[in-house]
Design a protein around this ligand. Structure first.
Ligand SMILES: [Zn+2]
Ligand SMILES: [Zn+2]
Length: 605
């Protein structure tokens, strides 16, 4: 981490060096802004004709030559009018615009990320401006940069992509070309990152979802509304079954609720305000407005309140796997990461304050087991969001209950060795929570599981239970999800396993392939026996070559391929190929079947 400041300087300096190289190769270019970003840098240019791949290569080459010349980054302070004159005479309209903004408003802050490097933040105008010179290239900038280009390893960067962007992010402005570069401290680190990108691309769930025929989108259905194919649905159903089993084992009760409800329900719950623009509104013919549910909690409160509850009934644990809807901005929708309709494994526990720890602990245990079974436990971290100690009065609910609840969640983390990171001020207004964050193939974090306490919603819906002393009390509500949204979880699974799912999850578990027609009957009998066992099995007795048929199965990442020929037919056996492991030799059919049955029923990895 101590290098991060130097790395930032390198990236920022490379943006200037790239602009300097562009100035030489395309002298007519106008320059926008060029900040350092995660993993590298970019610069925006207005050019008559878009850069070609060949030009990108020459820019890269020119950059290396600038670096090798060991040029000094010269810092100067100019009166702002001198700077305006300078950039005007060089036809740099965007720099002039930025300078005029600084002169009159004291800031250049608009939507574009690159601008804040120039923002001075003062109320009035600015009369002096910070300038950096790199050889012939002069730029407005506050820095910091390397002192000399010799500090930059000439092979630590790579220009990797281009995109069209509007000047300052506004559509009415000219469209510029943005060139992105990747940059790290060393060539090795750059190569590691490039390697990771290649790997991540192979694992990209959108690509694999298509290749393995798991889910589809349709323009006619609409963006952000994924549909699962038969193969994808198998995985969904297996996950649902695993979750239902957890529910049955832990006295969680399944409930079912409709996909819409009156707007009033969400006004009472507070979600009408919270999700405002994300609500899908449905107009009934009978002058009633309905909302496609953005969450399930309000529905569940209505099941709770449908009959009187006593302290003896608590805890009550409802679970439901159902779809929720949010009208996400079209620009933010992509693959399964963010969708407009998504299936949640939702659950709500209603309990007393005293029961919080035990209930939260039960959910944490279930979460740990579930992720352990999938080999995902370990690649995660947990956060404990608590109140801001400076403003305890800003939160809904009794401060004593809050105190106790925070202590209980901390205890759950301590007892289970979750090592939850305490995040002060991150709690929702209505209660503290534990979130479980997992990394995807690109190293990005995704929140999947959560345990969230809620003191407010039971009060909003006037939920009560009769306590031992006969008085009415308000239960605590715990919102929890084990896998979060099935869509996001599916994305995580696809990328984690690179599409090679464990046997119990695989859409097709076994493919039986006879080496030739002669053994078709025996292959059929093997297929039949596996099918009767409940295995998802297919027979491929096509006329294509054996090699081709094996490759076809490999392409779909079928975990077990059974090849049968004369030897196998005679000894009532099969020859087994496991995906990723190759040829495992032959085994008796009976043995193979019990191995498969064991692996599936125990959900082995
Ligand atoms: Zn700079
Ligand atoms: Zn909820």
């Amino acid at each position: 981490m101590e290098n991060s400041e130097q790395l930032h300087k390198i990236r920022h300096s490379l943006a200037h060096i790239m602009a300097s190289a562009v100035q030489k190769i395309k002298p007519e270019a106008s320059f926008g802004v060029g900040p350092a970003i995660d993993n590298g840098f970019y610069y925006d240019f207005l050019v008559d004709e878009n850069f070609t791949e060949a030009e990108l290569k020459s820019i890269e080459k020119e950059m290396r030559s600038i670096i090798n010349k060991k040029i000094q980054f010269v810092h100067e302070t100019w009166p702002i009018d001198v700077a305006i004159e300078y950039f005007k005479s060089n036809d740099q309209q965007f720099k002039v615009e930025l300078l005029n903004d600084l002169k009159t408003k004291g800031t250049t802050a608009v939507a574009d990320a690159g601008d804040d490097e120039l923002a001075e933040g003062s109320e009035g105008g600015v009369d002096e401006i910070s300038i950096y010179k790199t050889g012939d290239f002069v730029d407005l900038c506050r820095g910091p940069h390397v002192d000399n280009t010799s500090e930059i390893p000439a092979d630590c960067f790579k220009l990797n992509k281009m995109s069209g962007v509007y000047w300052r992010g506004k559509e009415e402005n000219p469209q510029m070309q943005r060139i992105y570069g990747l940059a790290f401290e060393t060539k090795e680190k750059l190569n590691d990152y490039l390697q990771m990108l290649v790997e991540a691309e192979k694992r990209d769930h959108r690509k694999l979802g298509q290749e393995l025929d798991l889910f589809v989108f349709s323009d006619m259905v609409g963006p952000g509304l994924p549909m699962y194919t038969p193969r994808g649905t198998v995985i969904m159903n297996q996950l649902k079954e695993a979750l239902n089993e957890i529910g049955r084992d832990n006295n969680m009760e399944s409930v079912s609720t409709p996909h819409l409800a009156k707007l009033d329900l969400y006004k009472t719950s507070g979600h009408a305000d919270k999700f405002e623009d994300e609500l899908f509104r449905v107009q009934s013919h009978y002058k009633q407005e309905f909302i496609l549910k953005p969450v399930n909690c309000p529905h569940h409160t209505q099941i709770y309140s449908s009959r009187p509850r006593s302290y003896k009934d608590l805890p009550i644990r409802y679970i439901e796997q159902t779809m929720q809807y949010r009208d996400e901005k079209p620009g933010q929708i992509g693959g399964l990461q963010r969708t407009r309709g998504f299936t949640v494994d939702d659950g709500h526990t209603f309990c007393t304050v005293d029961q919080i720890q035990k209930e939260a602990d039960l959910i944490a245990e279930v979460i740990e087991k579930f992720y352990q079974n999938l080999g995902l436990w370990g690649d995660h971290w947990v956060s404990l969001s608590v109140r801001d100690p400076k403003t305890p009065e800003a939160y809904i609910g009794d401060p004593d209950d809050w105190q106790l609840a925070e202590e209980m969640l901390q205890k759950v983390s301590d007892d289970r060795g979750l090592g939850a990171k305490r995040m002060e001020g991150e709690a929702a207004l209505y209660g503290p929570k534990l979130d479980f964050m997992f990394k995807d193939a690109l190293g990005r974090e995704t929140q999947l599981a959560t345990i969230q306490l809620d003191f407010a919603m039971p009060k909003r819906f006037e939920l009560t239970y009769t306590d031992k002393d006969g008085s009415d009390k308000s239960p605590v509500m715990i919102h929890r999800a084990i896998l979060g949204s099935f869509e996001r979880f599916m994305m995580t699974l696809i990328e984690h396993f690179a599409g090679a799912f464990p046997l119990w999850l695989a859409p097709e578990q076994v493919r039986v392939i006879p080496v030739s027609d002669k053994f078709g009957e025996y292959a059929k009998s093997v297929h039949e026996k596996l099918h009767k066992l409940g295995v998802r099995v297919k027979l491929d007795d096509d006329s294509e070559s054996l090699g081709k048929r094996i490759r076809n199965a490999e392409k779909l990442k079928v975990p077990v391929i059974m090849v049968v020929g004369e030897k196998e037919q005679e000894s009532d056996s099969v020859s087994i190929r496991r995906h990723g492991k190759g040829d495992l030799g032959s085994s008796s059919l009976e043995q193979a079947m019990s191995m498969i049955e064991d692996e599936i029923s125990n959900r082995k990895l």
